[in-house]
Design a binder for this molecule. Structure first.
Ligand SMILES: Cc1cc2nc3c(=O)[nH]c(=O)nc-3n(C[C@H](O)[C@H](O)[C@H](O)COP(=O)(O)O)c2cc1C
Length: 369
């Protein structure tokens, strides 16, 4: 019998290899950012190089409203990836999430693949990570605190991945009473607790429940970027598990598109909301912030650079930040505060979705005061 840690380690290694080699992005589904239009200003009346991209969220001052999403830990390769991202975000005064720390909570020998992040990034914004399903089955406040301590985190993310779990034959599909446990962790922890999805989005109803449960922030991680049904499709195919493979294919594009999910969360929870899921360039980031996101995050775009080293991650982050600056120049916003207030036009399927879900056009382009 294989030890559970070995199985999780293998699964984590599979995830990285599959994401590097196969096409794991949404196919027909899109983020909806193509329906969001920033209004070009021929008279920006500001100087591009004087634009201030800094912003404060979760008590941390970011040099730009960007962080690298939760990805990995637990293996040697993961440690290298984490170290490369950490060095880059430290230098640029940004932030990052580590991947699920379950494997190291259960086996402290593997802690270094996570704690390396704090060694390489003593001052960056670091987000610890545990899985929602583990809070149902065996984890509680103690393990959540352990995850935070392991990386001396600024915040803890609790990830929700019902789609992925539902496509994995070994998946953890008991989500009963999870909210109650999230509430307990949010009350007891000294750092902010952020609840994040992993690529299928968070609806208005769930965002309101998370707000009532006392969490400090929501990361929508909507559909349009990395698909976990796709990742599991490839794992199922490799072991000739026909039913799981079929589930992965059928549910490949399942979820709430990121732009719609973002507006749903911003309008239903009085909390900082992070936009993620298919954020691929600085225009996406600028659009997300204009719709009320406090920060934006991307994960997949940093995987390959991180396998090469911190210089590549830094380059990718610098391009992204440079694009945000350019978009801000072109809408005449010289601060993040101003970017939150620029006019936004919402068209197409996203406008239709939001209307059918009860959000009026005159309000959905504005964050709560
Ligand atoms: C290789 C890989 C591993 C991931 N592992 C985790 C994880 O352990 N915990 C988590 O909360 N999210 C994890 N995610 C999900 C991301 O944090 C993010 O929510 C999702 O990939 C959508 O963003 P993207 O389209 O920019 O990739 C992982 C993503 C990738 C690509």
């Amino acid at each position: 019998m294989k030890h559970l840690d070995d199985m999780i380690g293998e699964r984590k290694a599979d995830h990285i290899e599959i994401c590097l080699k196969e096409d794991v992005q949404a196919r027909q589904a899109t983020t909806g950012f193509e329906d969001i239009h920033l209004v070009h200003k021929a008279l920006p009346e500001i100087e591009r190089k004087k634009i201030d991209l800094s912003t404060t969220a979760f008590g941390y001052k970011f040099s730009a409203p960007i962080f690298v999403g939760a990805m990995t830990g637990g293996t040697q390769k993961a440690a290298k990836i984490n170290a490369a991202i950490a060095e880059a975000v430290e230098e640029l005064h940004l932030g990052m999430g580590v991947g699920s720390q379950r494997i190291a909570i259960d086996n402290p020998k593997l802690e270094q693949s996570f704690s390396v992040v704090r060694e390489k990034a003593p001052t960056a914004f670091i987000v610890a990570n545990i899985g929602g399903p583990q809070l149902v089955s065996k984890y509680g406040v103690k393990e959540a605190k352990k995850a935070v301590e392991m990386v001396q985190a600024n915040a803890l993310a609790i990830h929700l991945n019902p789609l992925q779990e539902a496509v994995q034959p070994e998946g953890d599909t008991n989500y009963s009473n999870l909210l109650q446990n999230i509430c307990k962790v949010a009350q007891e922890l000294e750092v902010p607790v952020i609840v994040k999805e992993t690529g299928a989005g968070i609806a208005a109803e769930d965002a309101a429940m998370l707000d009532a449960a006392g969490v400090a922030g929501i990361d929508v991680a909507g559909v349009g970027g990395t698909s976990w049904a796709a990742v599991e499709y490839y794992r199922a195919k490799a072991r000739q598990d026909v039913f799981s493979q079929r589930l992965g294919e059928t549910f490949w594009d399942w979820g709430i598109p990121t732009a719609a999910s973002l507006v749903e969360a911003v309008k239903s929870a009085n909390l900082p909301v992070i936009a993620s899921g298919g954020i691929r360039n600085g225009i996406d980031v600028a659009k997300a912030l204009s719709l009320g996101a406090s920060l934006a995050s991307a994960t997949y775009p940093f995987l390959e650079p991180a396998t090469k080293g911190s210089e590549d991650v830094k380059k990718a982050l610098k391009y992204l930040v440079g694009e945000v600056r350019n978009a801000m120049f072109l809408v005449g916003a010289n601060s993040i505060q101003k970017l939150h207030q620029v006019p936004v036009v919402v068209t197409g399927k996203t406008a239709e979705w939001l209307k059918l879900r009860g959000f009026q056009p005159e309000v959905y382009a504005r964050r709560k005061a």
